[in-house]
Design a protein around this ligand. Structure first.
Ligand SMILES: Cc1cc2nc3c(=O)[nH]c(=O)nc-3n(C[C@H](O)[C@H](O)[C@H](O)COP(=O)(O)OP(=O)(O)OC[C@H]3O[C@@H](n4cnc5c(N)ncnc54)[C@H](O)[C@@H]3O)c2cc1C
Length: 371
């Protein structure tokens, strides 16, 4: 059994804390948030803001084959994680219950005038065949209506088989509850200023010594100091993303939908309780302030252009956060004598986390892979 100190209780922090506590380690987690509940003020974990699309195929438009390969592995792991969490009484007792992972494919759509942009994206997505991903399947109007009757006015549509989605706030709360039940100790209101081999330094001056420090603070991990040259943390940046949450009773959308457009990519993700999340802007800025009018108008106009029934939806929330990114937009794991850092998950954190964590914990000799 090792004493583990984890800096950050976002997506990676909670998943790792649960995995390590179940593996029998003594785990303590430090995070500035005031508790495990979701926060939507732009200051907390990006994991809460994420739409939770699990899209290895569609993400080939933005990322290389490493991301798709890790994503494919994670897609097989998430249902197993959800199944284990669902068996945990502490998770069953949560108000939202056990998290669901839905894998029913996703849809790519384009209006008639945007076929050129769509074809460029499809050419990149076609590379997925070389790593074992299914090809996008073109749908005619009847096939599209049979799958998603709420969609209207679309000239071109493709089904991306095997893609999925997760309700991110529900999963994050389930991971925290299961980790607590497995013995994890949480230190809320605790900002880590320095995470180095075997030692965490907190903003109030206290130090915490442990066998292994795990730094998963997302954008908050950017720190100066005497770091090894391979340390990715000084190179981190935040990329702003904004979303709109709607309540749309009776919409009946079953699967995530991506609308291809020459200027922006818009996706619409259905969630339980007749809710829908529309995302997301991608802006080179670390501004955490409220959602701009421009983004809100663009996202909602694009969504309404394919789902006219959204006209009477109610706006529940406008949310924003920062995606932790490294210069090459690839994730990075560094293991160095008593320090493990995972970061740079950018716009694919949910898609990548289970496989990345499996590999990192096995390589650091802390837990056997789930796979
Ligand atoms: C708008 C938007 C949409 C997205 N959509 C998707 C999607 O559909 N699919 C997908 O796969 N990914 C998506 N993502 C990306 C995904 O959310 C991130 O990649 C993922 O959350 C990164 O996980 P993380 O654990 O590294 O960071 P986070 O989830 O941000 O967690 C970092 C944690 O560290 C804590 N922290 C920060 N500073 C400190 C400190 N000094 N001391 C201690 N703790 C600290 C924070 O409070 C937080 O709890 C989206 C992101 C955004 C913003």
């Amino acid at each position: 059994m090792a004493r583990i100190g984890i800096a950050g209780a976002g997506l990676l922090g909670r998943l790792i804390a649960w995995r390590l506590a179940v593996a029998g380690h003594a785990v303590e987690v430090f995070d500035p948030a005031d508790g495990p509940a979701p926060r939507f003020d732009g200051q907390g974990a990006a994991g809460f803001t994420a739409a939770g699309m699990l899209s290895p195929l569609a993400e080939l438009d933005n990322a290389g084959p490493t991301v798709a390969t890790l994503g494919l592995r994670s897609l097989a792991l998430w249902p197993r994680i959800a199944q284990r969490l669902a068996a945990e009484p502490a998770v069953q007792a949560l108000p939202d219950g056990a998290p669901q992972v839905r894998v029913q494919g996703s849809l790519m759509l384009a209006h008639r005038s945007d076929l050129g942009a769509a074809q460029r994206v499809l050419a990149r997505v076609a590379e997925g065949r070389t790593i074992g991903l299914g090809a996008p399947q073109p749908l005619d109007a009847a096939a599209l209506t049979a799958l998603e009757p709420a969609l209207h006015g679309i000239a071109h549509a493709w089904l991306l088989p095997g893609e999925g989605q997760i309700d991110t706030p529900v999963m994050l709360q389930a991971l925290a509850a299961a980790a607590t039940a497995a013995g994890v100790r949480w230190h809320w209101g605790a900002t880590v200023t320095q995470a180095s081999a075997g030692q965490l330094v907190l903003a109030d001056g206290r130090t915490q010594r442990c066998d292994t420090v795990i730094d998963v603070r997302g954008v908050g991990a950017r720190q100066a100091g005497p770091l090894a040259s391979a340390d990715p943390r000084p190179h981190l940046r935040g990329v702003r993303g904004e979303t709109v949450w709607l309540h749309a009773p009776g919409l009946g959308l079953q699967r995530p939908v991506r609308l291809l457009h020459p200027r922006h990519r818009v996706y619409i993700v259905p969630r339980a309780g007749d809710r829908v999340v529309i995302g997301a802007s991608e802006i080179e800025s670390e501004d955490r302030s409220e959602v701009s009018l421009k983004t809100a108008v663009e996202l909602m106009t694009a969504a309404h252009s394919v789902l006219p029934a959204l006209a009477e939806a109610r706006i529940l929330r406008l949310d924003r956060n920062l995606r932790p990114a490294l210069p090459d937009h690839e994730p990075r794991t560094v293991i160095d004598h008593g320090l493990l850092c995972i970061n740079g998950l950018f716009r694919h954190g949910w898609l990548l986390a289970p496989a990345l964590v499996d590999d990192a914990l096995a390589a650091a000799d802390l837990a056997a892979p789930l796979a």
